[in-house]
Design a protein around this ligand. Structure first.
Ligand code: FES
Length: 249
């Protein structure tokens, strides 16, 4: 196979400090960036921290920023990157760095834990309910999520605004809230918490999340906008509003 020399500019450091370091690494035909990072690890810097697991675009571990774009390194073919310049490889910017390309993504797990789980009517037994295919398909699309957190990384609400993290769950978890809110067998009303606890109002549907999703989930169109529509129904329906004020709902 044909080999060439790739120039990588890799962020090295930890939570205290770091810098971009230049390396020259062999890259073979057909390889992805993760292969080349592994060769760098094997031949020049055994202490390079890089997280990965499946190398098949399914585990969501190898997220990083490649020439400034949030991507999975195992799904980024070297042949798609410009060969004449150094390839910049940096950790996801929205999360605190642990070391080199590895981030602490625990913010995401905290948000996941805060979402009330699926709540079918009490006494529902397995096999009791029937769903329209359309409702099944909606959940299935959202369930393709591999939790790579690239959508969370790219989202401008939190990307450079640490102070928004408390009030905003990010596209991945608003999508989960939306999945449950739109589920015909879920009895919980998630509209108030969408706004009050998960910060749906911060999202101004710029679709950056949809653009970086490696599973091509239409996060904005199919999850966030439908959730916004339902929240608006509740807010602007005077009877619902009155009901909520006098404690009916
Ligand atoms: Fe599993 Fe890249 S290593 S998604």
């Amino acid at each position: 196979t044909t080999a060439r020399t790739a120039r990588l500019r890799v962020w090295r450091g930890d939570s205290g400090a770091g810098e971009l370091v230049d390396y020259e690494v062999e890259a073979h035909e057909g390889e992805v960036l993760l292969d080349v990072l592994h060769r760098l690890q094997a031949t020049q810097c055994p202490d390079l921290a890089v997280r990965w697991n499946c190398k098949a675009g399914k585990c969501g571990s190898c997220s990083m920023e490649i020439n400034g774009r949030p991507r999975l390194s195992c799904m980024t073919r070297m042949s798609t990157l410009p060969l004449d310049e150094a390839i910049t490889v940096t950790p996801m910017r929205t999360f605190p760095v642990v070391r080199d390309l590895v981030c602490d993504v625990s913010y995401n797990y905290e948000k996941a834990r805060q979402i009330p789980s699926f709540t079918p009517e009490a006494g529902t037994e397995p096999g009791d309910f029937r769903m329209m295919q359309q409702d099944v398909a909606r959940s299935q699309e959202f369930r393709k999520c591999i939790e790579c957190f690239l959508c969370q990384d790219v989202c401008h609400v939190i990307r450079d605004h640490e102070e928004n993290k408390e009030a905003f769950a990010g596209p991945r978890f608003l999508m989960r809230v939306s999945e449950l809110q739109l589920h015909p067998e879920d009895t919980a009303d998630r509209r108030a918490i969408s706004q009050d606890e998960f910060g749906l109002g911060y999202c101004n549907i710029t679709k950056c999340c949809t653009e970086v999703c490696p599973e091509h989930i239409k996060i904005t169109d199919n999850a966030l906008i439908p959730l916004k529509e339902r929240v608006a129904d509740r807010r602007y329906d005077p009877l619902v509003w009155l009901g909520s004020k006098i404690g009916l709902r």
